[in-house]
Design a binder for this molecule. Structure first.
Ligand SMILES: Nc1ncnc2c1ncn2[C@@H]1O[C@H](COP(=O)(O)OP(=O)(O)O)[C@@H](O)[C@H]1O
Ligand SMILES: [Mg+2]
Length: 259
């Protein structure tokens, strides 16, 4: 019975897609044969449908944020908890720049060619990085599920509005300490370097700082792990300096973490 419904839905999606693709340009102006809009190519639509079928989500409320490489959706689970779906765009070529965070990481030694595969691998890498940190008890967003380019996690915030990041928050000395603790925990507990550690990728919640956006994180074995670590420490130190705090010399922080 459910097979018949599945087939009907797939055929409906197919017919909607081919209707749109018959037109020269789509309603939203995107090129023929590419995607329905910037996000929802057919595979992604089918993934969302699968997530509903397998009761990981019950429905999608809408777009929260739209970036160059990913779009964030607010979804709701069958238990009524709020979820965030990070949908990586497969129609983007920006991912070429990301290979430096994959090549050299022993976990991703075999990389299939093609942008789509690279995007799937990137999403999987982000999910693995978050899961590893979460399992080590580090304050990161709770991972729920990964399917190709769709990453499902807890929604941090209220009513579809994301929690403020550090940049948008009033900060204190304690936030600086917690930030460095996050870098340290990542290194020593999860054996990872974030690679994009900044005021943009840390939520300030009532229960303390919470880290996210871990797609760039690399294993300590990665040949550039130390370079990325230095940059992470510099970035976050600069942010706190700009906010008027006196910070420890970033080189000393680096030495203390790696020793
Ligand atoms: N789990 C989440 N819950 C709520 N909002 C989120 C979540 N993850 C990301 N966001 C929001 O989406 C934005 C983009 O997410 P991010 O993972 O940083 O993607 P990007 O790679 O585009 O920087 C964040 O700045 C944040 O506001
Ligand atoms: Mg980010």
């Amino acid at each position: 019975m459910s097979d018949i419904i599945d087939r009907k839905i797939e055929s409906k999606i197919n017919s909607e897609l081919s209707k749109k693709q018959r037109k020269k340009t789509l309603d939203d102006g995107f090129k023929k044969n590419k995607v329905i809009n910037e996000v929802l190519d057919k595979t992604t639509v089918l993934i969302l449908y699968d997530l509903i079928k397998s009761k990981i989500i019950s429905y999608v409320n809408g777009v929260v944020k739209s970036g160059k490489e990913s779009v964030l959706f607010w979804a709701v689970s069958p238990e009524e908890s709020n979820l965030a779906l990070k949908v990586y765009l497969t129609s983007t070529s920006n991912f070429k720049n990301r290979s430096k965070y994959l090549i050299g990481d022993p976990r991703f030694s075999r990389i299939k060619k093609g942008t789509k595969n690279l995007v799937y691998l990137w999403a999987k890498k982000e999910f693995q990085n978050i899961s590893k940190c979460y399992d080590c008890g580090i304050n990161v967003v709770k991972p729920i599920h990964i399917s190709k380019n769709v990453l499902v996690m807890e929604f941090v915030g209220d009513n579809g509005k994301p929690e403020k990041n550090l940049l948008e928050s009033d900060i204190s000395e304690n936030d600086y300490k917690q930030s460095l603790q996050l870098v340290d925990d990542l290194y020593h507990k999860a054996n990872l370097v974030h690679g994009d550690f900044s005021e943009y990728n840390i939520f300030k919640t009532p229960d303390g700082l919470k880290l996210f956006d871990l797609g760039s994180a690399v294993d300590l074995e990665h040949p550039k792990a130390n370079e990325f670590l230095k940059r992470d420490i510099n970035n976050i130190s600069n942010f706190f300096v700009k906010r008027g705090l006196t910070v420890e010399n970033p080189i000393d922080v680096f030495q203390r973490i790696v020793k």
